[in-house]
Design a protein around this ligand. Sequence first.
Ligand SMILES: [Zn+2]
Length: 390
Amino acid sequence: MWYFRSPQVVFGEGALDHLAYLKGKRVLIITDQVMVRLGFVDMVRSKLTGAGLACDVFDEVEPEPSLQTVQRGAALMLEKEPDWIVGLGGGSALDAAKAMWILYERPDVAPEAINPFDELGLRRKARLVAIPTTSGTGSETTWAVVLTDSGERRKISTGAPECTPDIAIVDPIFAAQMPPRLTADTGLDALTHAVEGYTSSWCNDFTDGLCLKAIQMIFTYLPRAYADGGDKEAREKMHNAATIAGLGFINSLAAAAHALGHSLGAVLDVPHGRAVFLFLPYTIQFNARGGQATRYADIARFLGLPAADEREAAASLVAALRDLGRCVGQPLSLREALPDLAPPDFSARLDKLVDNAEMDATIVASMRHITTEDTRRLFEYAYEGKNVDF
Ligand SMILES: [Zn+2]
């Protein structure tokens, strides 16, 4: 038995107008300072107040939201008692909104104790609207919450299926403002979701089509959105693709590139999408050498790449990913991503990188079993930019 979860997805130009149909009394918008500066918070607030809802704003979510920020936002919710929560921003704001919502509904639950198996009984106080302003994380569709324990320099992957947003508003008007670097980082996060969602050990009939479609859309439209931010068609397709990939991977699972990427992001401050995409070619090569069946041939054929057998398909896909990465100015090795990280500095952090990756929930979804030694070597090969041969 398995489940497919999804918010109601409102998409396309004008999707934001859906806010006028919310029934309730009071909304709390969870967002960050960039959204305030871009005028996005005012846009959202005016739709809500126009619909007769009282509206407050918490705009203090930082790029890697900490437990402390989440606790402050939850305290404000307990004071204001909203019946709708609107998360507005990239993955950080949306994840923070989910975590705050849980603590608002369940002040008795410690954030560290949240897990996917205990029923929380959400929606007694409020429901959640997620409005993504980047095209990548898929957080608007997912129940995953990634927080940072800043003291320990480690990511906390948590969440519960119940905190899937009720409504995702996927309006391309927000994506149009992303600078090229953010467009590439977030778009390649979405691509990594789709490839890992299709090839994780929990892949299934309901997610396969979503993942393949998202992969195809991102290969077609990411170079265009990166080269010309004013390309409206490319922006809209990328915004949709990120949500489609989100539905794909959250109802399957992300895998080892995410485990390694989460670890790299926590230890060396590499943005999430750049970090997970960096590892994807290495984990594909690793999986392709495992002797078990892979599904890379399906992806390669869907993209029209050479794929006579699984080995050739994996090689074609890796080459296509690297070409795309180069096309959008992305680092393909740790040395490229972190030019100041000298070999002794890398070695000094390797134990921590490996430990974090092994603790990450996504590593269990790898189609080939990964030992501690494999994880260490994957980091070493990715540091040097070497093709995986083990
Ligand atoms: Zn991701």
